[in-house]
Design a binder for this molecule. Structure first.
Ligand SMILES: *[C@@H]1O[C@H](CO)[C@@H](O)[C@H](O)[C@H]1NC(C)=O
Ligand SMILES: *[C@@H]1O[C@H](CO)[C@@H](O)[C@H](O)[C@H]1NC(C)=O
Ligand SMILES: *[C@@H]1O[C@H](CO)[C@@H](O)[C@H](O)[C@H]1NC(C)=O
Ligand SMILES: *[C@@H]1O[C@H](CO)[C@@H](O)[C@H](O)[C@H]1NC(C)=O
Ligand SMILES: *[C@@H]1O[C@H](CO)[C@@H](O)[C@H](O)[C@H]1NC(C)=O
Ligand SMILES: *[C@@H]1O[C@H](CO)[C@@H](O)[C@H](O)[C@H]1NC(C)=O
Ligand SMILES: *[C@@H]1O[C@H](CO)[C@@H](O)[C@H](O)[C@H]1NC(C)=O
Length: 358
C-alpha cells in the first residue's frame, strides 16, 4: 500500500514534530504499530493516516477535525520557505519547518465556532478572553462590538478563550460559542502565564482562517472605537506595521508576578513593545512574526513577547495616538482607538454612546 507517511523528528532543537514522507511502502500492520508507538509527539495528520491504515476509525476520527485545519494550511501555503533534509532511521525526507510549527500550533484548537464568510475584513479584532468572562463578551457584543453601532461594516470580532477545569464553565462556553459563532477555544489552560500560548494559537488561526488587512489584538476589558480604528487602518499604507502604546526600555523583572528568569530572557530589558491591552498589526506583520514563535517556550509576558518576535522579524513597535492604556476614569476622548480599563458596563456604555453620537 502506498501512502504519504511521517516519522518523528526533533526539529530546531525545540520542536519535536513530524512530516510527510512520500511514497513510503508499508508492508504490514507490525510496521504500522511500530510507527504508531513511535509517534507520541507527531502531528495529528500522521496519526489519522496510521490509524486509518490500521482500520481503527474511532482513533482516526479523534484527529480528523484537526486534520481539516491542516489541509487548509497546506493549501494556503504556496511557497516553502525553509526546506531541510532530514533523516529518520533509514528514511530521508524534506520538511518545511514553518508549516510544521504552524500545524503543531493549530493542533491546540479545541473548538472553532467561528463562522467564515468569503470576505476581506479591513480589521479583525482578536479579543483574548477568559472562558469564565461570558458577561464581558456579552457587553462587548451589545456595545462596541455591535455592528449596528458603527457606520463601517468591514470588521469582525473573534474571541479566543482557553480551558477551565470546571466542566460547567466549558459547557456554558460551548453553548455560547454555538449561539454567537464568534469563539475560538484553544486547548490551553486559562492561566496568566499561558497567555502567550493562547495568543500564538489565536494569531496563527487568524492568518489561516480569515482574510483581514489589519488585526487589532485586545483584552476583554477594553473599549474599542471601531470608526477610529478603521480610520487609522484606512490611513495606514505601510505593509509592515505594529502600532500601539509603546513601552521602551522596560526592565525585566526577576521576582514577583511578572518574574522572568535569565533562561527565559537573558537581556535586562525588553525590546520595545506595544502595551498588550490593544495594538494593531498589519497582515504582513502577522505573517512575518509567526515563524519566530516558539509555542513550547515562549516568553510568558505576552505583550513583551510580541515585541521580541517583531524585533526578530525586523518590525518595530510604532507609537501611535489613540491607544489609551490607563484611562482610569473612563474619560471620553474623540480620538480613542482603544481605551483600557473598561471592565464595567457603565464605562463601556458611556464610551460607546459618546463615540456613536459623533
Ligand atoms: C516527545 O517529546 C518529549 C518532550 O519534548 C520528549 O521528552 C520525548 O522523548 C518525546 N518522545 C518521542 C517518542 O520522541
Ligand atoms: C534500516 O536498514 C537496515 C539495513 O538495511 C536494516 O537492517 C534495518 O532493519 C532498517 N531499519 C528500519 C527501521 O527499517
Ligand atoms: C488537550 O491537551 C491535553 C494535554 O496536552 C491532551 O491530553 C488532550 O488530548 C488535548 N485535547 C485536544 C482536544 O486536543
Ligand atoms: C470569494 O469571493 C471572490 C470575490 O468576491 C470570488 O472571486 C471567489 O470565487 C469567492 N470564493 C468562494 C469560495 O466563494
Ligand atoms: C445590537 O444593536 C441592535 C440595535 O440597537 C440590537 O437590536 C441588537 O440586539 C444588538 N445586538 C446585541 C448582540 O446586543
Ligand atoms: C494619517 O496619516 C498621516 C501620515 O502618516 C498622519 O500625519 C495623520 O495624522 C493621520 N491621520 C489620522 C486621522 O490618523
Ligand atoms: C446610551 O444610549 C442609550 C440609547 O441611545 C440610552 O438608553 C442610554 O441611557 C445611554 N447611556 C448612557 C450612559 O449615556
Amino acid at each position: 500500500m502506498r501512502l504519504s507517511l511521517v516519522p518523528t523528528i526533533l526539529a530546531a532543537a525545540t520542536i519535536s514534530i513530524v512530516i510527510m514522507l512520500s511514497n513510503l511502502i508499508i508492508k504490514n500492520n507490525a510496521f504500522v504499530d511500530f510507527a504508531i508507538s513511535s509517534i507520541e509527539n507527531s502531528t495529528t495528520e500522521l496519526k489519522v493516516t496510521l490509524y486509518k491504515l490500521k482500520k481503527d476509525q474511532q482513533e482516526a476520527s479523534k484527529y480528523l477535525q484537526i486534520k481539516s485545519q491542516i489541509n487548509k494550511v497546506q493549501k494556503k501555503k504556496k511557497t516553502v520557505k525553509k526546506i531541510e533534509n532530514t533523516n529518520v532511521g533509514n528514511f530521508s525526507f524534506t520538511m518545511d519547518l514553518d508549516i510544521l510549527k504552524q500545524l503543531h500550533t493549530l493542533s491546540f484548537i479545541k473548538l472553532d465556532s467561528v463562522v467564515k464568510y468569503n470576505t476581506t475584513y479591513k480589521l479583525l479584532v482578536l479579543v483574548t478572553s477568559h472562558s469564565r468572562n461570558y458577561w464581558r463578551r456579552e457587553w462587548i457584543r451589545s456595545l462596541w462590538g455591535n455592528k449596528s453601532v458603527w457606520k463601517e461594516k468591514k470588521w469582525r470580532i473573534v474571541f479566543v478563550t482557553g480551558q477551565e477545569p470546571d466542566d460547567k464553565v466549558m459547557k456554558k462556553l460551548n453553548r455560547e460559542a454555538k449561539k454567537f459563532k464568534d469563539i475560538l477555544c484553544v486547548n490551553i489552560t486559562e492561566d496568566f502565564y499561558l497567555l502567550s500560548h493562547k495568543l500564538i494559537v489565536g494569531l496563527t488561526w487568524s492568518l489561516h482562517n480569515l482574510n483581514f488587512r489589519f488585526l487589532l489584538k485586545v483584552d476583554d476589558d477594553v473599549f474599542v472605537n471601531i470608526n477610529n480604528a478603521i480610520r487609522f487602518v484606512d490611513n495606514t499604507t505601510t505593509s509592515d506595521g505594529y502600532y500601539g502604546s509603546v513601552i521602551i526600555n522596560n526592565l525585566v523583572e526577576r521576582i514577583g508576578k511578572y518574574a522572568v528568569s535569565k533562561k527565559e530572557h537573558l537581556s535586562e530589558i525588553y525590546s520595545p513593545y506595544c502595551s498588550g491591552g490593544g495594538y494593531i498589526l498589519t497582515r504582513k506583520s502577522v505573517v512575518d512574526i509567526i515563524p519566530y514563535f516558539d509555542i513550547k517556550r515562549p516568553l510568558k509576558i505576552d505583550d513583551a513577547y510580541i515585541g521580541e518576535t517583531a524585533m526578530r522579524a525586523g518590525i518595530s513597535a510604532t507609537q501611535s495616538n489613540g491607544f489609551y492604556m490607563s484611562n482610569t476614569w473612563c474619560e471620553y476622548k474623540k480620538d480613542i482607538i482603544v481605551s483600557h480599563p473598561a471592565n464595567d458596563f457603565k464605562c463601556l456604555n458611556h464610551l460607546t454612546n459618546e463615540s456613536a453620537k459623533k
